[in-house]
Write a protein that binds this ligand. Structure first.
Ligand SMILES: [Zn+2]
Length: 266
């Protein structure tokens, strides 16, 4: 408990630091977080494809596309290494990113489940299935299991206070753009925009989304996710959503076309 409290306090310190820093107005920095890594392989498909591997491949492709569009891109990991959820959050806050994207692949007991799900943070999950996804993705934090009487770990409440409500509207907007882009461009059905309490999204001081790119537990989708073409389709769809989000972001802040990196046709 003592160690975990220290972690929470460290997270608080980072948040205060991020608030004190001046905000750059225009949309220029995106942090991409490939889930899991190292000892934590994440979900695994029946054919042996690991989540940590496919999400890194998609994150790299997405990063390359955004860099080609002139944006600064930071990957929380660019190799197969172990990284805590708090480290991922810190990297995003230190980079003063304008958008944080955590990339994951899904798993379900029902082997027919397929398609992408796009999440943004909330304390209460949209439904039981979303709650299960959050529990699985929060395992790296070693907490958040509900006790027998349904109460949550007290540390969860501390983290919950870190949810930056001022960014929820933009997080919702990005999620809807990503949902539409993936539904149209990934060749896989969309399962919609959902909300759930993801630890990695709680402390970030910027619009943020967690994208489950497909179900590794579905043998057919696992095969598709192995293909370079599908990985690129997913990266292209998410990149298009990021650029459209950036245009709206800049327009809302009165960033001129001259200054905007993501301006239409730019
Ligand atoms: Zn995951």
């Amino acid at each position: 408990m003592k160690e975990r409290l220290c972690l929470a306090l460290a997270a608080l310190g980072l948040v205060i630091g991020a608030h004190a820093a001046a905000e750059s107005e225009r949309f220029d920095t995106v942090v991409i977080d490939p889930g899991h890594g190292g000892e934590d392989r994440g979900a695994q498909g029946p054919g042996g494809l690991n989540e940590k591997e496919v999400v890194l491949a998609v994150a790299r492709r997405l990063g390359a596309r955004l860099q080609a569009a002139g944006l600064d891109v930071v990957l929380t990991r660019n190799s197969d290494r172990t990284l805590s959820l708090e480290q991922r959050t810190s990297i995003a806050n230190d980079a003063r990113a304008d958008l944080f994207l955590s990339i994951h692949a899904n798993s379900a007991h029902v082997s027919s489940a397929r398609g992408a799900e796009i999440y943004f943070v909330s304390l209460e999950a949209t439904d039981d299935q979303a709650e299960l996804v959050a529990q699985r993705e929060n395992e790296a934090f070693g907490m958040l299991a509900r006790t027998a009487d349904g109460a949550r770990d007290p540390l969860f409440e501390i983290l919950a206070d870190l949810i930056a409500t001022e960014h929820l509207k933009e997080s919702n907007e990005f999620a809807r753009l990503a949902e539409k882009a993936l539904a149209n461009g990934s060749g896989s059905p969309s399962r919609g925009v959902k909300q759930a309490p993801f630890v990695v999204l709680m402390g970030v001081q910027m619009p943020a989304s967690l994208i489950e790119i497909g179900f590794l537990s579905n043998a057919s989708e696992e095969r598709t996710l192995r293909s370079e073409a599908q990985r690129d389709r997913i990266a292209a769809a998410i990149a298009a959503a990021v650029l459209e989000f950036g245009r709206r972001f800049d327009a809302r802040r009165g960033v001129s076309d001259e200054q905007s990196i993501v301006r239409r046709g730019g």
